[in-house]
Ligand binder design. Structure first.
Ligand SMILES: Cc1cc2nc3c(=O)[nH]c(=O)nc-3n(C[C@H](O)[C@H](O)[C@H](O)COP(=O)(O)OP(=O)(O)OC[C@H]3O[C@@H](n4cnc5c(N)ncnc54)[C@H](O)[C@@H]3O)c2cc1C
Length: 426
């Protein structure tokens, strides 16, 4: 490429775009408003717990192929680990019932016929019927609208929808849920193995990318918040980071890998650019225990159904972290109220009821993802929406996938491919 690519936003979308372009030999500058990279997928030292925590538990699967390609490009393939088989364990603390979703390895889904491998509240016909309904979901269908009457809804589809889409099943887009299943359950167990960072999110997804970029000579600028794009028609001619105009060369490209509201503010005169505006929070409560605990099933994560608050429990060493998705109600409450309520539920579920509340940190990401409803999904723009030499990336753009690590990385790769193909055409 003749020009420089200015990637704005060092979340996973921006990092994936930067790594792919820098590896291809492009001159890259990555601008990030914060003093660190990673965006909504990061780790940091927490002074109260006196250990490294992630901003939130992230569930990833072996079918996330762009994510795996990104790690390989960063030289970080060894940073994930997981069980040899596909398994997603669940517990219903009200009844003490435990079960696990265990898809067989190949594409022919014989696991659906085996009660010990599927959700407990329905038979083969229910599972198959629900999957077929989801597969045919239209753009306006919600998960509850399609599957609300299914016996599998309360303890399978509802918790699955809210954790994948961070949106209650009554509002969540059924088509988006199907897109995830199409790339996981529908491909068989090989695509459904859960994967976990060996150390933490930062050391898996962020630090290796930064090291790769530095090695490739990319320029990394922190505390560099883009405030305005100065344009001639659709073409960006200069960027304003609050220190005067930084002029762009005639072959330079700008990739905005930013949240939707920041993107819309930078492109105010593009009436055709629709962006999603509704978001849902995710709350994570991290508890520092005085010893390691093993979760039922022996894996580092556990889905909890039927409780009032807790959806997923993850453990790493002495750290036990609990996720509440679409946590609109709890996000408004004080941590002093939320933490004991969550701990009571966790302790009861895991048989730790005698243990007093351990040191805890509650992290609420208020804009964890866009609300993944049919209406908001319809507002997701294509990478090329701004036109000229400006491209969009980010999990909320029209990747066809829910807002996930996989979606964010695919959007970054797409922006990189478009940058390269546009340069070749020019
Ligand atoms: C608590 C939580 C739990 C999650 N759980 C899962 C999960 O289980 N599985 C999964 O796959 N995904 C999960 N996700 C989603 C996943 O984290 C996101 O999809 C992904 O991190 C989004 O990356 P991004 O690069 O698109 O956006 P972001 O990470 O938001 O990156 C945008 C970047 O732009 C920067 N920025 C903003 N404005 C400016 C500006 N004007 N100039 C310069 N920089 C700017 C921001 O500081 C930020 O670094 C979760 C997210 C959260 C918050």
């Amino acid at each position: 490429m003749a020009g420089r690519v200015h990637i704005v936003g060092a979340g996973l979308a921006g990092l994936a775009c930067a790594v792919r372009l820098a590896k291809g030999g492009a001159a890259v500058t990555l601008h990030e408003a914060a003093g660190h990279a990673g965006g909504r997928c990061r780790s940091y030292r927490d002074p109260v717990l006196d250990c490294e925590i992630d901003n939130g538990n992230h569930l990833i699967l072996s079918g996330n192929r762009a994510m795996l390609a990104y790690l390989a490009e960063c030289g970080a393939d060894g940073e994930l680990w997981g069980p040899d088989e596909a398994i997603i364990p669940f517990l219903d603390p009200r009844t003490g019932e435990r079960w696990a979703i265990r898809p067989n390895e190949g594409r022919l889904p014989w696991w659906l016929a085996d009660p010990s491998r599927r959700a407990p509240d329905g038979g083969l016909r229910d599972h198959l019927g629900d999957l077929l309904r989801l597969r045919r979901a239209g753009a306006d269908d919600t998960v509850a609208g399609l599957l609300g009457v299914s016996p599998l809804y309360p303890r399978f589809w509802r918790p699955l929808a809210v954790s994948i889409l961070n949106t209650p099943g009554e509002e969540a887009s059924a088509a988006l849920l199907w897109r995830t299943l199409e790339e996981s359950l529908a491909l068989g167990g090989a695509a459904c193995r859960p994967l976990f960072p060996r150390r933490n999110l930062g050391q898996t997804f962020v630090e290796p990318a930064l090291a790769a970029l530095q090695g490739l000579g990319a320029e990394l600028r922190y505390h560099d918040r883009l405030r305005a794009i100065l344009r001639d028609g659709k073409r960006a001619r200069a960027l304003d980071f609050g220190d005067g105009e930084r002029r762009l060369g005639k072959d330079d490209v700008v990739v905005l890998a930013l949240p939707p509201d920041a993107t819309a503010r930078l492109l105010p005169d593009l009436p055709a650019l629709s962006v999603p505006f509704d978001h849902n929070p995710i709350l994570n409560a991290h508890f520092r225990l005085d010893r390691e605990v093993e979760l039922p099933g022996g894996l580092p994560f556990l889905g909890v159904t039927g409780g009032d608050l807790v959806e997923w429990i993850f453990v790493r060493g002495e750290l036990l972290s609990v996720t509440l998705s679409a946590a609109g109600e709890q996000a408004g409450e004080a941590a002093e109220t939320t933490a004991p309520a969550i701990w009571r539920e966790v302790a009861a579920a895991l048989g730790l009821a005698d243990n007093p509340l351990p040191p805890c940190r509650v992290v609420t990401e208020r804009r964890a993802t866009i609300a993944q409803t049919p209406a908001q999904a319809a507002r997701r723009p294509a990478a090329t929406a701004p036109g000229g030499n400006v491209l969009l990336a980010g999990d909320w753009t029209a990747t066809g996938l829910p807002c996930t690590i996989e979606g964010a990385i695919r959007s970054g790769h797409r922006a990189a491919e478009l940058t390269i193909s546009n340069a070749n055409v020019a």
